[in-house]
Design a protein around this ligand. Structure first.
Ligand code: F6P
Length: 335
């Protein structure tokens, strides 16, 4: 039987093949370490006293959960002071954190705990991360001035990934050579490659959207979903099934595992903010993972990865997964 491939071995091979450099490999090792720590904390749940509200709000104006705050601290502890990242940006922090090594080659962004509403009901949650190159002319004189360095389109990402804390802990990543998944072997305390080169079929019969927002949707999304709901009796001529985990990591993991479409469109309720999901922390990394698996990701009118960010905490409309479905949504938006 072939030897299982550990994340460390996989990264060593990627460095040898010159797909990534040592710095990037070290950052991934640290991200994986942080993920193990978060997985352990999540698994402790009520026993560790980590459930419930933290009693404060984040920059997004959302009530923070204890696990949001704890996971953010774990990520920072793992990445700060390593010398490989010049600054860190988190969905939970208003401004980037300067690591004190401004010459370091990379910037790391993360949503430490995605799907917070699932924490207290023991349902799947996750961590999303991405790594950008540090621009030559970056200004790290203050956290505020450092924002400019992060405002790069998703096409500039050097690495993107997520960790899903579900019935098992799965880490999925890409550095532009396909999308690969690793499962945490708790006994050995290491991630083992379990699904290499994931593929998303161009067609599907499954979609994910929060249906309670239906009355707020824009016309193209309403038309698209109406057609899916009409099933065999409508223009699509086949029945569609619906799933909604309410944690983007878990919904995207399902799309990578068995296909489908995931959508959180801009609607009348979230239009003033530009959408619900964050471009830099959620949409960009997921869009790249999906594209690297043969899927597509768009805001309806533009490829997500081509969007030039204007703000660190920018929100965006997200539609991703089966490429024929994303094309169809694009056509409906054009019409
Ligand atoms: O980051 C926001 C998030 O938790 C996503 O992970 C998830 O897809 C979405 O919000 C769930 O939103 P809703 O509460 O509308 O179901």
């Amino acid at each position: 039987m072939a030897q299982p491939i550990s994340l460390s071995r996989y990264l060593t091979r990627a460095v040898e093949a010159q797909h990534i450099d040592q710095s990037l490999a070290r950052l991934v090792e640290q991200l994986a370490r942080a993920a193990q720590h978060i997985a352990h904390t999540v698994a402790g749940g009520a026993l560790y006293g980590v459930l419930g509200e933290a009693g404060q709000e984040n920059i997004q104006g959302e009530a923070q959960k204890k696990l949001d705050v704890l996971s953010n601290d774990i990520m920072i502890n793992a990445l700060d002071g390593m010398g490989d990242a010049a600054a860190l940006a988190s969905e939970e922090m208003e401004w980037p954190l300067l690591t004190g090594t401004p010459q370091a080659p990379y910037l790391v962004l993360f949503d430490p705990l995605d799907g917070s509403s699932n924490i207290d009901i023991n349902a799947p949650i996750g961590t999303i991360f991405s790594i950008l190159p540090r621009p030559q002319n970056a200004d790290f004189s203050s956290p505020q001035s450092a924002v400019g360095a992060f405002l790069q389109a998703g096409t500039a990402q050097r690495l993107a990934g997520y960790v899903l804390y579900g019935s098992s802990t799965v880490l999925t990543l890409t550095f532009g050579q396909g999308t690969d998944s690793f499962t945490l072997d708790r006994g050995r305390a290491e991630f083992i490659l379990t699904q290499a080169q994931r593929r998303i079929d161009a067609d599907t019969a499954e979609f994910a959207i929060n249906m309670s927002n239906q009355r707020h949707w824009e016309a193209p999304v309403r038309r698209y979903i109406d057609e899916l709901l009409a099933g065999k009796t409508g223009v699509r001529g086949k029945d569609f099934n619906m799933r909604w985990v309410a944690a983007m990591v878990a919904d995207v993991h399902r799309v990578l595992s068995r296909g489908g479409v995931f959508m959180y469109p801009k609607d009348a309720k979230n239009a003033a903010k530009g959408g619900k999901l964050r471009l830099m922390y959620e949409a960009n990394p997921m869009a790249w993972l999906v594209e690297q698996a043969g899927g597509a990701a768009s805001n309806g009118t533009q490829r997500i990865l081509d969007i030039e960010p204007e703000k660190l905490h920018q929100r965006v409309s997200v539609m991703l997964g089966a490429s024929h479905e994303i094309q169809r949504l694009g056509q409906y938006h054009q019409q």
